[in-house]
Structures are given as C-alpha cells and as structure tokens.
Design a protein around this ligand. Structure first.
Ligand SMILES: Cc1ncc(COP(=O)(O)O)c(C=O)c1O
Length: 389
C-alpha cells in the first residue's frame, strides 16, 4: 500500500477470543461493515444481528441501553443526546394530532413547553393540573379520552411527591400511557409501579460528574419498538464517547446517590432548625407533606433540598453568593453541591393560580447536594444564613 492508502486503511489488530478488555471499548465508528452483500441484506431484513450506522445502533450505546433498562427494571431503552431530547422524542413518538395530554404545573419547564407549545402546533391538546390534585387527575382521566400523562416525582424544583400508585391505576383503567420523568428519583426508584415509560436526564446522576449530557427513554420492548423508528429518523442520538463516559459514571452511581441522600438529610435537618428559613422541602423530613408517600414509594428521599428563606429577594442572592461550596448553577446530581435561586427558575409560562401550585418564589433556593463532607456543607450553609442578618 502506498502512503495515503495506508493512512486510510490502518492495519487491523485482532483480539484473541480468550483475551478480552475489562472495560468495553468505545466504538467510535459511524459505520460498520459486513464482508459480503448477502449478509448486509440479511441484516437489513432483520434476519441477523449486527450494526450498520451509529444513528441507528452502536455497540457502546447498546451496552448503556441494556444497563439502564435493567437498572430501571424494564426491557429496553433508547438513548438521546440530552434529557430534554428524551422527553420531547418520547412525547412526539407517542402522540398524534387530536390527542390529549395531562401535565403538571410542578414540573421541569421545558416539559411544559414541549406539550403546550411544540405538540400544540401539531394539534395535541392538554390539561394542566397540580400534582397534589389526585382527585382532579382521576376525574380528568375518567372524563376525557387522553393519550398520555407526563409527570415527575419528586418534582423539580419544589420536591412534591406524586401519588404514583393512584396515577398509574387511573391511567391503566382508562388506557392512558404514563410517562414518568424519573430523573430526580433515579433508576433504583419507582420500578415497582405500573408505569409505562420512564425518562431520565443522564446529564445528572447517571454521568454524575457534570461533564457530559444524555437522555434515556426506558419501557417495555413493545413500546420501545413502536418508538424506535421515530427516534432514529429524528436523529438526536447520543455520541459513543458520551455513552462511554455515562457508562463509566454509572459505576459509582449507587455510592454517589447514597452519600448524596445522607448529606441531603443532614442539610435538610440543619436548615429546618434555622429561623432564617421559613420552609424546607425535603421528603426525608417527617414534617414534609410528601414524607409518608415517599416512605412507601422510594428507597431513599433523594438528594435535592429546596428552601424558602425568610428574607427579601436580595437576601436569596446574598445567601447564594456567600456560599463557598455551592456554586450558583443550573443542573443537579453531580458530585459537587450547587445552588439555584428561585429568581433563576421563575415559571413565567404559568397563570397566577398555576404559579401558586408551582410554589417557586424569589424566596426559594434549590440546593443540589453533592458528595462533600456533610459537616462542611452544613458549616457553609450556616455562614450563608448568617450573611442574611
Ligand atoms: C427533571 C428534569 N428532567 C429533564 C431535564 C433535562 O435534562 P438535560 O439538561 O439533560 O436536557 C432536567 C434538567 O435539569 C430535569 O431537571
């Protein structure tokens, strides 16, 4: 081979059958080839396994899909380039013109945008309720033919706990597809409920280090198969290198989540004891409205703590700015702690009544608790509250 040919056809290195890498390699290849056309044809007819093109399927992504499906206790998974891509694609793939969707004021704002703006353009209608209004949820599902109900638990950002058993039962009774954004609770939670579709932002706890984005849709084989082609054609797939980083992050998911929950409980108890704090939302506190439900539904109480401070709007800024260990930042679920003042999460798309349900004000601060030493976190929050005086 001449120079430029060799550059484009490097020598193949074969691994002996009994000599495997301990960590699966990154298949950073868009294209895969079969040695002959007949096998390519057999593959395209679905008569044999294999890979052709990474937007359709890739071994590194497949390993992550199988891992996540098992962690959530379902058959299969589709990966996307971000968490919002997972939500948008799942709802797009499930809904058609004329369908009706139920959603909630207490949820991640882009999910509301997806239903109320994006899907609305294609003739999908919606009803927005409060996640606390379980009677209202049962009533609307009984009264109005509905394609899907999309919800979170605990909700972002005020950590309300949804009654999953009642929502799932009402949805099943009326043939409604349940779509749970399970990002906050994690893969190890909520698998026991009769939920059809779980979506996750892998940007958070799965990767865990704030350095990669991704999303996942996890469901039965039958549901995933009905959505698969739409996902492939829309093409918001995950890159193999991102999938590798997420798979690597998952190794410490259990350890991180456990430590973060433990820290969150300490932080919540500390904040609840302080006069500068008018309300602490953390499902692990016996005083929290969601505590009893969370005890029945979850293995733990999550890693987020949301407070309302007894101060004016400048006070929350002063508090957040004086914290040394909690960077002011969007996102959550990484190893380091973060703060997000309510001012940066104002639900501008909601009516006055809906804003009441959402319960986010300028006094609110959402804290994502990391894996630092709990004593240091508590001391930092203590000096932050002292700065309010
Ligand atoms: C509950 C929830 N779902 C989905 C997302 C979207 O995830 P991503 O940023 O990976 O698109 C977020 C992001 O903060 C979130 O909090």
């Amino acid at each position: 081979m001449k120079y430029t040919t060799r550059l484009n056809h490097p020598p193949a290195v074969k691994l002996p059958e009994d000599n495997r890498p301990l960590i699966a390699p990154i298949y950073q290849s868009v294209k895969f080839t079969f040695d002959d056309v007949a096998e390519s044809e057999r593959h395209s007819r679905g008569e044999r396994e294999g890979f052709v093109y990474s937007r359709v399927s890739n071994p590194t992504l497949r390993q992550l899909e199988l891992t996540l499906a098992e962690l959530q206790g379902r058959d299969d998974c589709l990966l996307t380039a971000s968490g919002v891509a997972a939500i948008n694609l799942a709802l797009l793939a499930l809904c058609k013109q004329g369908d009706h969707v139920v959603l909630f004021a207490e949820m991640y704002q882009p999910t509301r945008y997806c239903v109320r703006r994006l899907l609305a353009r294609y003739g999908v209608t919606h009803t927005m309720l409060s996640i606390d209004d379980i009677d209202g949820i049962e009533k609307i599902l009984a009264k109005k033919p509905t394609r899907a109900i999309v919800f979170e638990s605990p909700t972002n950002p005020v950590l309300k706990v949804a009654n999953l058993a009642r929502i799932a039962a009402a949805a099943r009774a009326h043939g409604v597809v349940t779509v749970l954004d399970n990002t906050f609770a994690g893969f190890h939670n909520h698998g026991q409920f009769d939920i059809d579709v779980y979506v996750h932002s892998l940007t958070k706890y799965a990767s865990g280090h704030g350095d990669v984005m991704g999303g996942a849709v996890i469901a039965s084989k039958q549901l995933i198969d009905t959505m698969r082609t739409d996902f492939i054609i829309i093409g918001a797939t995950l890159d193999p290198h991102a999938a590798f980083l997420i798979q690597r992050g998952l190794k410490t998911y259990g350890l991180r989540y456990e430590r973060q929950c433990w820290n969150a409980q300490r932080v919540a108890e500390f904040l609840a004891s302080r006069p500068e704090v008018s309300r602490v939302r953390y499902p692990g506190l016996p005083s929290d409205p969601g505590h009893e439900l969370a005890k029945q539904q979850m293995r733990d109480f999550g890693t987020m703590v949301t407070v309302d401070l007894a101060c004016d709007s400048d006070g929350t800024s002063r508090f957040a700015e004086s914290l040394r260990l909690f960077a002011i930042s969007a996102s959550l679920g990484s190893t380091e702690s973060l703060s997000q003042p309510g001012k940066l999460m104002r639900p501008r798309d909601l009516s006055a009544a809906e804003k009441g349900w959402a319960a986010v004000s300028d006094a609110t601060v959402r804290l994502s608790i990391g894996i630092e030493d709990a004593d240091d976190l508590v001391a930092d929050l203590g000096q932050g509250l002292a700065a309010l005086a």
